[in-house]
Design a protein. Structure first.
Length: 393
């Protein structure tokens, strides 16, 4: 079985951003005359646009909160908040209460949650008195979809989870007449992931599953293109990312959650779910040479949390992998050691080898530009999905 030992970028002789640790192999990257990469420039532009972490940013967020409260009059809930048991989403619940909102916690269970994540959700929602809406996918169906992506040899093995959560959020919001959804993403803490590392859409799910799956999609909440249009254009459910406006420290949030709610850390970014952990800690680094820790490490360098040298040292070390995670993956997927190795050794593919909505997103770019400005779709979606990709095949 292949292993991954980390990437020592300094010894690879690649051009590395002088401000973060993105290197010349990152899709679509360019460098200015000072060696600063285009992704650092993108983060700066977003920070200026949203006044992140400033009084102006908080003032703008307060205006949004007032709109949410006004729209929630006569309804049971003001806002839907996606929860995973991770740091950001758990903190979103607390933040919603602090701003006087009545949140509904929404969770998509792909049946690969760690016990820690499940307990984190229970602890925070219980202590804050927040109702929880959960959609559970049939475990065999969920595994069949994941196995399809594994057999397809594409990086986005956990991509279906992202689409399913987005669809479940819209469904829950529509059920209760909620017009606002909070997402816990912070470009300050996490950066903006390059397209080649994280492409997802409902059409991609359909095509990959059609080619490699065995079970029909019945309980999996897929979001087709026209469902996406329905939720955003006709139902006009807005997606808000509070941490794009507010000052936020993931480290401080962790300590607060531990102290106030008995919340537990799960070992690393995105490791609250075993499939996500397999994806980030083993699958993409080993098969594709994509170690997505550079997103959060680069973000930490930009924000002054750690030094660039420290980040490069961490990146050169292998990521944390839960004991027996690979064995657990093989068992759930019904794969022998030889079958697992054979699939891992197949030629890597990308979303470009399958049918997706990417070209349609590009054609509809003028509409999505308007929707992004009205916060009906995330600005990061518009920037990543609605322009021709610059990544190499």
């Amino acid at each position: 079985m292949k292993t991954y030992k980390g990437r020592d970028l300094l010894s690879e002789g690649l051009q590395i951003c002088t401000r973060c640790i993105y290197d010349e192999t990152v899709a679509g990257i360019t460098f200015d005359q000072n060696g600063v990469c285009s992704y650092c420039k993108l983060v700066d532009d977003l920070q200026n646009q949203y006044n992140t972490g400033t009084k102006e940013g908080e003032s703008e967020f307060l205006k949004i909160v007032q709109q949410i409260k006004k729209n929630g009059i006569g309804k049971k809930y003001d806002v839907a908040v996606g929860v995973s048991g991770g740091t950001d989403s758990s903190y979103m619940l607390y933040l919603s209460i602090q701003y006087g909102l009545r949140p509904l916690a929404v969770h998509y269970d792909n049946t690969w949650n760690t016990a820690i994540a499940t307990e984190n959700i229970r602890k925070v929602t219980s202590k804050l008195g927040i109702d929880l809406y959960t959609h559970v996918c049939d475990n065999k169906e969920s595994d069949d979809i994941f196995l399809s992506f594994f057999k397809a040899s594409v990086p986005e093995i956990d991509g279906p989870t992202d689409i399913a959560l987005a669809e479940v959020m819209y469904r829950a919001a529509a059920k209760y007449g909620i017009k606002y959804v909070f997402e816990g993403h912070s470009f300050i803490a996490e950066g903006v992931s390059p397209l080649s590392k994280a492409y997802v859409d409902g059409g991609y799910n359909i095509d990959v599953h059609k080619k490699f799956g065995k079970m029909p999609m019945k309980t999996f909440p897929n979001m087709t293109f026209w469902k996406f249009i329905y939720w955003t254009v006709f139902k006009r459910i807005r997606k808000i990312r509070p941490l794009w406006y507010l000052k936020y420290s993931k480290e401080d949030a962790m300590e607060f959650l531990k102290k106030e709610y008995g919340w537990q850390y799960y070992g690393g970014h995105h490791l609250e779910n075993r499939m996500t952990a397999f994806h980030h800690s083993y699958y993409t680094p080993v098969k594709f040479g994509l170690d997505q820790r550079n997103n959060s490490l680069s973000a930490s360098v930009r924000s002054g949390k750690i030094s660039r040298e420290n980040a490069l040292m961490q990146y050169a070390q292998p990521p944390f992998i839960e004991d027996e995670l690979i064995v657990y993956f093989k068992k759930r997927m019904g794969l022998s050691d030889n079958e697992f190795d054979e699939i891992m050794n197949r030629e890597p593919k990308s979303y470009k080898d399958y049918n997706t909505y990417k070209k349609r997103f590009e054609i509809w770019r003028p509409l999505f530009s308007i929707l992004a400005k009205k916060q009906l779709v995330p600005m990061s979606f518009y920037l990543k999905y609605c322009f021709p990709s610059k990544d190499k095949k």
